[in-house]
Design a protein. Structure first.
Length: 156
């Protein structure tokens, strides 16, 4: 029993007690174990274009992978906007799974959901298919005829 008490006294602080940072690995994070900073209420968020490129909406979770950082933003087409909003909705949905009482995040989720629905409707009204199933519903399979994502150009 005394050995157990001595071991407990030597146990370092748990990594989830580290402060939420801006993508830097805090000094209190263990080096031998994977570390994900604890998300606190009121965390900063990236705008949707940067979130899609960086792979997270939360700067505190934006740690470089193998020393590499994504910086190049996607071209601002309607399809990319749908991808950005969809990504932000999934990120906020995962956050809200563990932070249900964060009213600011809930309001942002609802705002993005409304913008996502509007963007989807506008894109579908243009006649372009968002999925392979949609492209086949016209009676012919036109999925490969649509422009590829890198072939889209921002208008204007």
């Amino acid at each position: 029993m005394q050995a157990r008490a001595a071991a407990d006294e030597q146990t370092p602080a748990l990594p989830y007690l580290c402060a939420d940072a801006d993508g830097q690995l805090p000094s209190c994070a263990p080096l031998a174990n994977p570390y994900v900073p604890f998300q606190q209420g009121g965390s900063k968020q990236y705008q949707t274009p940067k979130a899609l490129v960086r792979g997270t909406i939360f700067p505190g979770l934006d740690l470089p992978f193998m020393g590499k950082v994504n910086e190049t933003e996607k071209n601002g087409t309607a399809l990319v906007q749908i991808q950005e909003l969809g990504f932000a909705l999934r990120e906020l949905g995962l956050y809200l799974d563990t932070h249900q009482s964060d009213t600011e995040a809930t309001a942002l989720f609802n705002q993005y959901a409304e913008r996502y629905e509007e963007a989807m409707q506008q894109y579908q009204q243009s006649g372009a298919a968002l999925t392979q199933l949609e492209s086949a519903q016209s009676g012919t399979y036109t999925w490969l005829n649509d422009p590829w994502p890198w072939e889209y150009r921002k208008e204007g």
